[in-house]
Every structure is written in structure tokens, then in C-alpha cells.
Design a protein around this ligand. Structure first.
Ligand SMILES: *Cc1c(COP(=O)(O)O)cnc(C)c1O
Length: 449
């Protein structure tokens, strides 16, 4: 379908253009760290005249499921949905304390224990309405008390955000920052832990702004050895369900995540697991938490009751989203979880090999520090994301722009989590790699340039 620039009178109002830039990421998105980056003119030719789901005549969009044809969403979350996950949301309305829904919620919480690989009965899962960011508030409001020292391992945009959130609740934050595209290394972490007694250390398992993967096993072993009282907090928003996380074996204290990334459920749920030790820290607080909705004391009995299939109420959950999460977790747990991690690694290796073959570099330069659910790719010198991303969108592939404040305009992000990578019937990844090659060529890039 040829899209034409509408006459000036039809140009969307400013607010619409802000929203539409999310739909078609033509320009780098604005973040709390960036000033408004409005181009001189918005290229309205890229805005859908009808909702995206009706762009069925867009020749390039591959048909990947029973869903209406649409550009394949290959950003680091939200990701593409499996049909069954999506369909499970169109469930008739139920009481959130009725036996049917209580059973569904209870099973969902129990399945999370398997996803996080914990069998310790003192570990506690939480599923709350909210996005991944709510996990930061849960940690900051409940595990940390004002003036507590927290060591934040700085990997990029998301670790910065976690640090900001901790400060809001009064934490005394020390950020151990690594250069863009890397992570703090064990010897410097050991040194920092030896210098001060920290209540907690936070690590962003995959910093979605750079695609840097932080190794958790050796890190937690180090913390247990040199700072045994320090709680180990993991931001797993972009890693849970695509990178290995062994909650018990590695002795983690909190892993927070969200529904819309590798779990493959619509956005809207904050999902977390806390260790018995973390639950004890909440119990032993000297000061009340400076949060009400995000108070774990309010939610703990509710989560325990749901898991015991007993109705309970603090604030209304979203039955439809819980149904979707139940379906997503059921699918994930059909096969050994290790196979899922291995498949993400194998798929990621192929994508990264293709990126290298195009002559492109990754933001995370060290292969040992590269995430397996996304790839952050530096653009060639003369290619702008603002030119390339719309070309990819026209080919039915939606990638994300840069978000790290130091390099935002210089790279793009390719998300490859969940069904797009795992479902052999979906052409998503092959199509995206082909589109990337063609898009780069259309931008005048020839390999080796
Ligand atoms: C996406 C993301 C978040 C924030 O999650 P929202 O659902 O957008 O609130 C936090 N941390 C990481 C690592 C993420 O990728």
C-alpha cells in the first residue's frame, strides 16, 4: 500500500506525533535523560492511516499466525505474542476472588517457582499489576531503608534508572559504572564490597540499553564470599525466560521482571521472586515502607493465599493478564527450561554472526558479555537510524532505536526473544536479517565501507 504524505492540514497534532513515534520508531525515543528530540518535520507518510493491524495490504508483512498481518515487533519488549497467549485474554469476566480465577492465579504463582528454578518454600513470588519498573519500587521501598548503602552495578540506562528509584526511597547509592558496552568486572566489585558494608547490590542482568549481559553465577559467589550479608538483587526484566537464572543454586535474593519481554505476555504485570532472606529483611524493617500499593507486607498474604487457592483481596488484579501469563508460563514450562535458554543462545549466535558478516559492530563488544535475547548494533558511519528504521518498518520489521544517552543516535536494537525466535513456523528472524541487509544497502552502505 503506497503511503503518501498527507497535505499539511492533515498533519497530526504534536501529541499524536509523540505517540506515533512509538508505533513507528522513526526517531530515537525520548527518555527522562534526553531533551525533546523533535525533528523539524515529522514524516507522516510512515504513520498508519488505519491501525497497524489493518495494514494487510502491506506486501512485505509476513503472515506469522492467526493474528492480522502486522509488522513484526522485534524490539526488546514487548515482543510478538503466541496466538494462544493472546486468545487466553478474551476470557469472560470473572470475579477476582472466584474459585476459577483463584485457581488460575495460584497455578501461575507456582509455575513462576519453576521458571526461576526455585524449590525453596521460603522464596516468595509476586505478580502485581504494573510494568517492570514497579519491581524497582518493590525492592527500593521494601528491602532498603532510608540511609541504607546500596551498590549499583552500572551498565547503562536501566541500571541508572534502578539507582534513581533507590534514591527516591532514601537509599545511599554508590554506582560502580563501566564504560558503555561493558559491565563492572569482578575484581573492582570485590574491591567496592570490601570498602563498605552494603545492604544490597543490584545488577541488571541484561541492560537493554546496551545488550550487555552480566554473568550472575560468579558474581553471586563473590558476594556470598566477601559480603555474605549483602542482598543480591537482579533486574531480570530483559533476561527472565531467555537467560539462565538459577535462583536457589546461585543464592539470589530478588529477581524482578515484567510480563512483556522474554515471557511473551502482554505488558502490564510486574513479576518478581524474593528469597526467604529478603522476605526476612522486609519483616525486620525498623521503618514502615514509604509505599502503599508497592508494600510487600500488603501483598505477601495475598500471594500466599492465592497460591494456596484461597480467595484474598488487597487490590484488584487483572484477571485477563493473569490468564495470559498462565498460558505463557504453561507453554514455557512444557519443555525443559534449559532447552529454552540454549535455543535463545543458538539463535542469538546466528544473528550476531550475520551482524558481523555485514561488517557491523555490537555495542557489547565482548562475546562473553553479549545478551542472547537482543542485539545492540552500531550503525555504519554514514547510516542514520532515522533513515534505516523507517525502511525496515516498510519491510514489515520493527527494530528499536538507541536509548543509552551517550550513544543513542549511533545504534539500533534488535530484540529476539520468545516466539519470533523459538517458533519454527515464524519467518520473523530470517525476514529481519534480510530486511536489515536490504535496508543498509538502501541507505548506501556497502560492507567494508
Ligand atoms: C524494560 C526494562 C525495564 C523497565 O520495564 P518497564 O516494563 O518498561 O517498566 C527495566 N529494566 C530492564 C532491564 C528492562 O529491559
Amino acid at each position: 500500500m503506497p503511503r503518501q504524505t498527507p497535505p499539511p492540514s492533515e498533519k497530526p497534532p504534536a501529541r499524536l506525533s509523540l505517540i506515533s513515534r512509538h508505533l513507528a520508531p522513526v526517531y530515537p525515543i525520548n527518555t527522562p535523560y534526553t531533551v525533546e528530540r523533535l525533528p523539524d518535520t515529522i514524516d507522516t507518510s510512515l504513520l498508519p492511516k488505519t491501525p497497524f493491524r489493518n495494514l494487510s495490504s502491506s506486501s512485505a508483512a509476513p503472515k506469522m499466525s492467526a493474528q492480522p498481518p502486522h509488522p513484526t515487533l522485534l524490539i526488546p519488549g514487548p515482543i510478538e505474542f503466541d496466538d494462544a497467549v493472546l486468545q487466553s485474554m478474551s476470557h469472560f469476566s470473572e470475579s477476582h476472588v472466584g474459585p476459577g480465577f483463584v485457581a488460575t492465579f495460584g497455578e501461575t504463582l507456582s509455575m513462576l517457582r519453576s521458571l526461576f528454578q526455585t524449590t525453596d518454600p521460603s522464596a516468595q513470588p509476586f505478580v502485581l499489576s504494573g510494568s517492570g519498573t514497579l519491581g524497582w519500587d518493590l525492592v527500593a521501598a521494601n528491602l532498603i531503608e532510608p540511609a541504607d548503602d546500596v551498590l549499583v552495578l552500572g551498565t547503562g540506562y536501566f541500571s541508572d534508572g534502578f539507582a534513581d528509584c533507590l534514591r527516591v526511597y532514601g537509599a545511599n547509592v554508590t554506582e560502580l559504572k563501566a564504560p558503555v558496552g561493558t559491565k563492572p568486572q569482578l575484581p573492582e566489585i570485590e574491591k567496592a564490597l570490601a570498602e563498605k558494608r552494603y545492604k544490597a547490590i543490584t545488577v541488571t542482568h541484561v541492560d537493554t540499553s546496551t545488550g550487555v549481559l552480566s554473568e550472575l553465577k560468579d558474581l553471586s559467589a563473590l558476594v556470598h564470599r566477601v559480603a555474605p550479608d549483602t542482598l543480591i538483587i537482579v533486574d531480570g526484566v530483559c533476561s527472565v525466560a531467555c537467560e539462565e537464572i538459577a535462583f536457589d543454586a546461585w543464592g539470589l535474593d530478588a529477581v524482578v521482571t515484567a510480563s512483556q519481554k522474554a515471557i511473551g505476555c502482554p505488558a502490564g504485570l510486574s513479576i518478581s521472586m524474593f528469597s526467604g532472606r529478603a522476605m526476612q529483611a522486609v519483616e525486620n524493617r525498623k521503618t514502615p515502607p514509604a509505599a502503599y500499593f508497592a508494600s510487600m507486607k500488603n501483598w505477601t498474604p495475598i500471594m500466599k493465599n492465592y497460591e494456596a487457592k484461597k480467595p484474598s483481596y488487597f487490590a484488584t488484579p487483572s484477571p485477563q493478564l493473569i490468564h495470559a501469563l498462565h498460558t505463557a508460563l504453561t507453554q514455557i514450562l512444557v519443555n525443559p527450561i534449559a532447552d529454552r535458554f540454549a535455543a535463545h543462545k543458538a539463535g542469538s549466535d546466528k544473528i550476531k554472526a550475520a551482524v558481523t558478516a555485514f561488517g557491523l559492530k555490537q555495542v557489547a563488544a565482548n562475546p562473553a558479555e553479549q545478551a542472547h535475547g537482543m542485539t545492540a548494533i552500531y550503525l555504519p558511519e554514514n547510516v542514520k537510524g532515522a533513515d534505516l528504521l523507517p525502511i525496515l518498518a516498510k519491510k514489515g520489521v520493527v527494530f528499536a532505536g538507541g536509548i543509552h544517552k551517550e550513544i543513542a543516535a549511533k545504534y539500533i536494537r534488535f530484540g529476539h526473544m520468545g516466539v519470533s525466535l523459538l517458533d519454527p513456523k515464524r519467518p520473523d528472524i530470517t525476514h529481519a536479517i534480510k530486511a536489515l541487509a536490504e535496508g543498509l544497502a538502501a541507505c548506501g552502505y556497502t560492507q567494508g565501507q
